[in-house]
Design a protein around this ligand. Structure first.
Ligand code: EPU
Length: 422
């Protein structure tokens, strides 16, 4: 019988030492499509070596761009030969962020065709606000046979009011508006660090974007964007996952190369649990040697507690003393990882979007299955805490967003390996 790929973790070893965080996934997947807006070649550094970045390289090449990519070194994109404006079904499905090709291609070619995106199954994830934004800029947007087709004789800057705060919608409208005629103002914009990073990248090419990081962003469209060299910011969610893993194993870890101010919501919760968190300019040290106290979590848009850290954090809470209440307000089905951790001895009740977690003293290794990227990270945290061996099936989800996760954890003393399937 063929074997399935699995990650194996022998838990119970405190993580100790120093580790460097990689470049941000959610900023990389916006910045790479943004190179299509440039009228000259661009070089991007500090990109994480993850599956989503590899998928975008293939997509840019399929559109005709010339891409030189040396993982962990640089990516140079010469968009000038890119004549394409259609992304295939297969490529669109490879990652959620394929929808940024809509904004980038509309800006570049005034037309774009992308299939509804893939990505993690954590809720219904509509993109109506993105499409409403394109329509406000003058695009005709149609949904046909699973594809979004958008066309505009000319994109014209306009006011865009979002009904919900959306990271993807804010980024997509920024991309299209960067080359529109006139000024676009986005109201009720998302404020996540990767929105600021994308604005900084576009501005480094000569775009005129103000207000990124606040809820009103002004974009003056430019006809010509010039070449730029840019390094993306460190990954906020990888940083947070490593912080949680350090606490979960009662370890002592210094995470280098991060931006501590991006981590304030998590740091505050860890401190409330009794974990020691100290930071300097670009490093955070997390230490823990006592019993953790239960805390309540409610996910919110930035700078609130990020939904992407809810899953690893709720894994940590399964062994905190007392009752923790976790409310997931962004996605309707982002608590599935707790069903798996229950197999390891966790005591959890899930009602709709709320989990009530009664802390237990120990988790025990078991075979469990990752159902999405951050669910996978949560299972890794559970495996690191558990007594005995945890087998995580479908670990490919984790590779979508964490660069060389086993190597990083092993360098801190974790006993973790991967068995390839046949
Ligand atoms: N929403 C709508 N209509 C829209 C867009 C969003 O109703 O047109 C709703 C969504 O259903 C959701 C909420 O608004 O309930 C927020 O969605 P948002 O658009 O902000 O999320 P996203 O852009 O699809 C990005 C990240 C996610 C992260 C969220 C929230 C990327 C590629 N993805 O998704 O990252 O969870 O923002 O911070 O940047 C992950 O990294 O694991 C991940 C899922």
């Amino acid at each position: 019988m063929p074997t399935k790929e699995r990650m194996l973790i022998t838990g119970g070893n405190p993580l100790e030492g120093e580790v460097r965080v990689s470049g941000g996934k959610n900023t990389a997947v916006a910045v790479i499509p943004a190179t299509l807006l440039c009228d000259e070649p661009c070089t991007i550094e500090n990109l994480p070596d993850i599956a989503d970045v590899h998928a975008l390289v293939d997509i840019l090449r399929a559109l005709g761009a010339k891409v030189d990519y040396v993982p962990n070194m640089f990516m140079t994109v010469d968009p000038r030969p890119a004549e394409g404006w259609q992304v295939s079904y297969r490529d669109s499905q490879r990652l959620r962020a394929s929808y940024y090709l809509l904004g980038a291609l509309l800006g570049r070619r005034q037309q774009a065709e992308v299939y509804l995106p893939g990505g993690c199954a954590i809720g219904s994830r509509p993109i109506d606000q993105h499409l409403k934004g394109f329509a406000a800029l003058g695009a005709e947007v149609e949904q046909l046979g699973g594809r979004i087709v958008a066309r505009a004789p000319e994109l014209i800057g306009s006011d865009v009011f979002f009904d919900v705060v959306t990271v993807g919608g804010t980024i997509n409208v920024m991309l299209a508006a960067a080359k529109a005629r006139g000024t676009t103002i986005i109201y009720n914009a998302a404020k996540e660090p990767h929105i600021v990073d994308l604005a900084n990248f576009l501005n480094s090419m000569g775009a005129k974007i103000k207000g990124a990081g606040t809820d009103v962003i002004r974009i003056r469209g430019m006809q010509y964007l010039h070449k730029a060299n840019y390094a993306v910011i460190p990954d906020q969610i990888e940083t947070g996952t490593l912080m949680i893993a350090a606490a979960a194993t009662h370890g002592d870890v210094v995470i280098n190369g991060c931006i501590p101010t991006h981590m304030e919501a998590l740091s505050a919760k860890l401190l409330e649990m009794g974990v020691r968190v100290t930071d300097s300019d670009d490093a955070i040290r997390v230490r823990s040697n006592g019993v953790h106290r239960a805390v309540n979590i409610k996910t919110q848009v930035y700078p609130g507690f990020p939904t992407d850290l809810q899953q690893p954090m709720s894994a940590l809470l399964t062994t905190a003393k007392g009752t923790s209440i976790v409310q997931e307000t962004i996605y309707e089905s982002r608590l599935k990882h707790l069903d798996e951790i229950r197999r390891m001895g966790a005591q959890v009740r899930v009602m709709d979007r709320t989990a009530i977690i009664e802390g237990v003293t120990d988790l025990y290794g078991a075979p469990i299955t990752a159902t999405d990227l951050r669910a996978g990270a949560a299972l890794v945290v559970a495996g690191l805490m558990a007594k005995g061996v945890t087998e995580i099936y479908e670990p490919h989800y984790i590779d979508r967003g964490y660069e060389h996760i086993e190597d990083k954890l092993r360098s801190l003393g974790a006993v973790i390996s991967r068995e390839k399937g046949e």
